[in-house]
Design a protein. Sequence first.
Length: 458
Amino acid sequence: MPESVSSVRRFQMRRIVAKFGGTSMGSADAMRKASAIVRSVDGEVIVVVSAVTGTTDALIALGNTAVEGGDWEVLAGRIKERHRMLVRELDLDLHQQLSVLLDEMWSICRVVAQFGELGPSVLDRLLSLGERLSATIFAEHLVVDGVNAEMVDAFDLIATDRQFGCANVDFPVTNSRTAGVLFPMITNSVIPVVTGFIGQSNAPHRYTTLGRGGSDYSAAIIAAAMDATELQIWTDVDGMFTADPRVIPGATVLTQLSYAEAGELAYFGAKVLHPKTIKPAIEREIPVRILNTFNAAAPGTLINSEECASIKSITSKKGITVVNLVSLGMLDAHGFLAKIFTAFARHEVIVDVVSTSEVSVSVTVDRKVSSALVEELRTFATVDEPETGMAIVCVVGEGLRTQPEVLGRLFSAVGPVPVSMVSQGASKRNVTFVVAERDARRVVAQVFHEFFESDPTL
Ligand code: ASP
Ligand code: MG
């Protein structure tokens, strides 16, 4: 009987996974704000943290300096001082725990410098220290604030393969390990403070990392494993915007986005969310909320399965190069696309937008195209001189898919500006225009005006 009562209560309890990014861990003041947020949650909380802002970059530089025989101790000293200062400012008694982690950093660097070798597994171990330091400090800060919190190393939760630097998660093992460690904690009213970004490889067990910006992904994995009611991503902006506020002063925070729309936005320049984050959350239909640690009262952006028929956001990206290719063997063009993509892949150049006709293909890349790549492409295609100084303008919204008139309005809003490529994503939720850089701002403004200023319903 008591058990069924408690399971009913448990079912109704809100369970929040709250992930704090690097800037939310970046200073004593930021940590105080994050602590106040954790304390204000009504329900169960699991905290996931990034490294203190800039630490992962600093650790990469540290490893590189050590392997090149440079003065790595100066860099290690800066990382140490940054964390020691946080501890001092927060008035925490963490000398012992911090020393253990900092000693580990020193030992790794000494070995790297001695052997002149920095293998991927050693680098991941070095990088793991960023999140292990921030989680240790933040957990202790919560304790001093009267919260029953405990640091949890995601090494014990997230199981991965051995692809160091960008490891793939073994979900069945991860889900059971995470539930096994975290459920007993939250049942005993302990708030876990979990390191983002890191995991543990299969045997021989080593630290792995999930790719840069991977703490959002860690938080989503944990939210899915724990069947959370909401995943909160606490960052330093008010949410996702209708357009870049630096380009369009009238841009506003989006109150709601569908999962698919958020995924499209993440790919096309809105840096707020890691695209992979979406996946574990979508699979369990867990709502994701983007919130601002430094403006906690703002409602943020809610991302869930609701698909309303509207245009949501306009993004743009400059520094784009367009490559136009025409097949040499007009009547024997099969395999043309495959050859093109193989050539780009061989030169490790990622293609963003593609548009094709029977014999010609245009692609965009976000960097200069080397002459070696052009030479290779010229063995099977006529290739014009790549057009540099271009920009991508990307319009995202379920309305593009569900309301035919929206597309018409979009094209007339782009109007007389010369467009060198147009592409509609397979999901039909985005349309991308490639225009000259100097026209990008005008196109964004015109589209913004059409959908956000003239008709408030769209
Ligand atoms: N600290 C890691 C990075 O800077 C992961 C994260 O912050 O999400 O990439
Ligand atoms: Mg991040």
